[in-house]
Unconditional design. Structure first.
Length: 196
């Protein structure tokens, strides 16, 4: 269950409490994601600590886009506490967020910029949130770069993960289920597909 929680400050924090209570009462631990949750970036540290305990106790995931001008969840604090995190996008160039993109490298760049994170290890943490964090929330046990895992991956040029996020290079290869579906930034239709 994904709940988009936009209420600010104490109103939003109270909603987090209610959602945690319903999560526990309905046995939905580990199956609830709160998206946006601007309120987590608006409450004092003591109350944030209480909310973090509720998130952990009920295994509630936080999804942050990092877009817009509202405060957003303190990702470093949540990560350090062990709260499950992911990112994504919920709209593409709509009136709500015309800067959105389905490109996760772009999302990571935006999160890094909004968070004020500059170090390579911080950017790599955001990549983990965007990749492994998203896969965990979606229940994708086949995710990862290991023998026996599903062959879904993207190859991009770059010397470090942070460089790839900053440069946003064209994708050299995109592999889905072991099949090459795009090269040099262009979709390769499979035999029988109509040209896009």
């Amino acid at each position: 269950m994904d709940i988009h929680l936009h209420e600010p400050g104490m109103l939003g924090a109270f909603a987090v409490e209610l959602i945690a209570e319903r999560t526990r009462a309905l046995g939905l631990q580990g199956r609830v994601t709160l998206s946006h949750v601007f309120c987590l970036g608006m409450v004092d540290e003591a109350y944030l600590g209480q909310l973090i305990e509720l998130l952990l106790d009920n295994r509630i995931t936080i999804m942050s886009l990092g877009s817009g001008t509202s405060p957003f969840p303190p990702l470093r604090r949540l990560h350090a506490a062990g709260v499950a995190l992911c990112t994504g996008t919920d709209g593409i160039r709509d009136t709500w967020g015309p800067y959105n993109s389905v490109d996760m490298l772009d999302r990571v760049k935006m999160l890094g910029y909004r968070s004020g994170w500059r170090k390579d290890e911080d950017i790599e943490l955001l990549l983990q949130i965007a990749t492994y964090g998203g896969a965990r929330v979606m229940g994708d046990d086949g995710y990862g770069l290991q023998v026996g895992k599903r062959a879904d991956f993207v190859i991009v040029p770059g010397e470090t993960p942070a460089q790839v996020v900053m440069d946003q290079p064209p994708r050299t290869f995109v592999i889905k289920n072991g099949q090459l579906i795009a090269a040099a930034g262009r979709y390769l239709p499979a035999t029988g597909d109509d040209e896009a």
